[in-house]
Design a protein around this ligand. Structure first.
Ligand code: NAD
Ligand code: LMR
Length: 331
């Protein structure tokens, strides 16, 4: 096999001894995220008590003998973890347990994101892009970004691609087609039970999903609630929150940002709102996002009926409340 030729890209993963990281790291090392020609240095951040476990993960990464894995750095220092990094994947945060909403994690997790934002601002590469996964990811992203005012606003993302993938899978299953046939599936708003999974603009085999599915009651009812509640259903079934599917969401998100979205399609990402679709400016809100690999924009011109607008208003309201709840952590 030829040696990879380009300089390695530094990728930081926080919470690197956690379960989402365990499902993600080996896929990054195998080239699934940045491609088969891009060597990577993994910069792994953990809290001090988890350093032994992290060393075990590093040993396993070494034992994978991945040709693209140029180096693994393990550290409990955020400054070291983010030094020179081009991709900061913020997984490190407590997960919820049964009976909790993701927003209930704000008290436990929000405080982690201000110092990480500052460390990214201080030491990351000029091209850094940040994907926040730790919940509640929209508001945690907002906190981190507010502590890194010099990092451009279009570099900050919160992960709602897992919700999009869930929505696609539900539509494909109902229509009896492959997920590859389902495109233009948008998640709007918060990565929470108020999110709006939008089937109205989705296409199945290039035709409007509502026409193919021909069951508005299912689309407005069960489809929306299954996607909104899927994370909780997994916690209830597994006793732990999603990890393998979350890792897929991470890989898919980064690929869509870095490689671009297919012509005429989009990916769902929480981004810092510029006020599009009536969302208050500055909230981290999930939109359908079109990327060309160099930059991105929110998909334009999508129309929402009154019922969809009510769903958008509900998720906006929740995000505004979350922002108010962390006002003392915002800079
Ligand atoms: P986990 O408990 O298995 O792992 C979290 C890890 O983060 C732990 O090892 C912990 O030591 C570490 N950590 C805590 N504080 C840290 C800090 N300040 N710096 C570095 N590391 C730190 O949890 P998990 O199942 O891997 O989930 C991680 C987070 O991702 C949770 O908040 C979960 O809710 C969230 N999540 C989000 C999505 C999404 O779609 N956005 C999907 C799945 C999980
Ligand atoms: C998910 O959607 O699976 C994650 O956000 C974990 C959770 O708490 O639901």
């Amino acid at each position: 096999m030829p040696e990879p030729s380009s300089a390695p890209v530094h990728v930081t993963v926080t919470g690197a001894a956690g379960q989402v990281a365990y499902a993600t790291l080996f896929r990054i090392a195998a080239g699934e995220m940045l491609g088969p020609d891009t060597p990577v240095v993994l910069r792994l951040l953990e809290v001090e008590p988890a350093m032994d476990a992290l060393e075990g993960v590093a040993m396993e990464l070494q034992d994978g003998a991945f040709p693209l894995l140029a180096d693994v750095v393990t550290t409990s220092s955020a400054e070291t973890a983010f030094e020179g990094t081009s991709w900061a994947l913020l997984l490190g945060a407590s997960p919820r347990t049964a009976g909790m909403e993701r927003g209930d994690l704000l008290t436990a997790n929000a405080g982690l994101f201000a110092p990480q934002g500052r460390a990214i601002a201080a030491g990351a590469a000029a091209d850094v892009r940040v994907l926040v996964v730790g919940n509640p990811c929209n508001t945690n992203c907002l906190i981190a970004a507010s502590h890194a005012p010099d990092v451009p606003r279009d570099r900050w993302f919160a992960m709602t691609r897992l919700d999009e993938n869930r929505a696609k899978a539900q539509l494909a299953h109902r229509a009896g087609v492959s997920v590859a046939q389902v495109t233009n599936t948008a998640i709007w708003g918060n990565h929470s039970a108020t999110q709006y999974p939008d089937a109205a603009h989705a296409l199945i085999g290039g035709r409007p999903a509502p026409e193919v599915i021909a069951d508005d009651a299912w689309l407005d009812g069960e489809f929306v609630s299954v996607v909104q509640q899927r994370g909780a259903a997994i916690v209830a079934a597994r006793g732990k929150s999603s990890a393998g599917s979350a890792a897929s969401g991470v890989i898919d998100s980064v690929r869509s940002i870095a490689e671009g979205t297919p012509e005429g399609d989009w990916t769902s990402l929480g981004v810092i709102s510029g006020g599009e679709y009536g969302v208050p400016e500055g909230l981290v809100f999930s939109y359908p996002v079109e990327s060309d690999g160099r930059g991105w924009k929110v998909a334009e011109g999508l129309k929402h009926d009154a019922a969809a607008q009510r769903r958008l208003d509900a998720t906006i309201e929740e995000l505004v409340k979350e922002r108010e709840g962390v006002a003392d952590l915002l800079k």
